[in-house]
Design a protein around this ligand. Sequence first.
Ligand code: ADP
Ligand code: GLC
Length: 496
Amino acid sequence: MDKLHILLAASEVVPFAKSGGLADVAGALPKALRALGHDVRVVMPRYYIVDKEKYGLKALKGSLGVPMGSMGEVWAGVYESTLPGSDVPVYFIEHEGFFGRKGLYDEEGKGYEDNDNRFIFFSKAVMQLAKKLHFRPDVIHANDWHTAAIPVLLNTTYAFDPDFKYTGSLLTIHNLQYQGKFYKGAMDVLGVGWEHFNADELEEFDSINLLKGGIVHADAINAVSQKYAQEIRTPEFGCGLDRLIDAKAYKLYGILNGIDYEEWSPAVDTFIPATYDLDELSGKALCKTALQKEFDLPQQNEIPLIGLVGRLVEQKGITLFSAAMEALMKMDIQIVLLGTGEKWAEHFFSECASKYPEKFACYIGYRNDLAHKIEAGSDMFLMPSLFEPCGLNQIYSLRYGTLPIVHATGGLDDTIENYNSADQSGTGFKFYNATPEALIGTVQWAVDTWYHERSAFKQLQHHAMSKRFNWEEAAHGYEDLYRHIIQGRLKSKEHK
Ligand code: ADP
Ligand code: GLC
């Protein structure tokens, strides 16, 4: 088996900077690929929040010239470190003007106005970095709109560059909703030529759409679950790009994410008050009491506790959940929520906490330790997402024996098996219509199972905790896809 040379570019990578699941993937997949023997390297921006000391960032000699079209050449610094617990190199692109800010993409909910330039700059810096390092990647693996310009650059500006003669590209779509749409003037900065500003490449309604360009130009594209890969070909989930994606179905794949069981496992979790596992669940009851205490809820074991963690945005089904709240509060349950996001939602949930102090509590903010405590201390975990490309929290929940209640969409549908009372099979509870009624009915079903069919509930917990969604398996999927891309590239070069 040949060793592959892969350059993975992402706008966020765990543990350096994270706003969502993309960072988890970009931090874990390279390690799993490395374990398979490949030469994988990661590139990300050096945001202000990436702590140089803590992560031992070392400056590379010299600076990197990045041609920015009408902006001229812009110089970047490069730092190097490794993914913790591995020897996978991580390169950080530093530019005070673009990345020396508080946020990754926005501040106080307002996106930076020069996000087009910031990520075009980053994408070009990735190309220039490969040259500087004399690293000739077999595949550059881009992720989401931030790095979607890379496949375009490979096919245009760098098409005849000997350093990239055999380099293919993969674009992973973690979330189709964010496409990087900007004023068309960004074409001058991208500098690939206005002839590529057309409806079949980078143009959409007279604006530039970077993700669209990436989808067109990448050698292959993949979504982070099989189901989402199919869904994005339809108008309901395609966010305006469904026809394009459907036309590119011949190069569209679905690879389910794995999760990091070294971080997310109740047997080894250092954030939770008591560890536990399949054969010894008593620690879970302690975690529940501690969680009730932390959230100032009555400390009773005989009330089912439902957890929610996530970005408070439309995607996550917060409108469904808020519409269902009054009905949910009539049930004999407790709910805890951790999240930040849209202001209305933050206010709404804070008010609910004052209105139902015995039953509902929330923490508006971002806290990794609390996310772990909720996974461990809850009996069930609610994810009513309208769409969910993969979703990580429901997979964490399985491992913690916290039965997921999910809307059957995307990765939620692919990872959770619905409870079947006939043979007590399943790993959670699913609803198929994105309505408050369906959500309420399914929570009621889960709660009834908890109260009245405790042995079935325990059986489900057992199934859930035995499930594994390993990175190793996902890495094999990517390995196959990289090889497929490389073969395709070689063939197309031979014919030239
Ligand atoms: P998405 O990437 O769409 O936000 P995922 O389920 O893939 O959804 O990943 C979300 C990740 O972010 C999980 O690791 C989750 O625990 C974490 N997370 C989201 N919001 C918070 C928060 N407020 N505090 C702590 N962790 C959070
Ligand atoms: C996105 C999706 C989420 C997925 C994550 C990692 O943020 O919203 O469903 O798990 O990317 O691929």
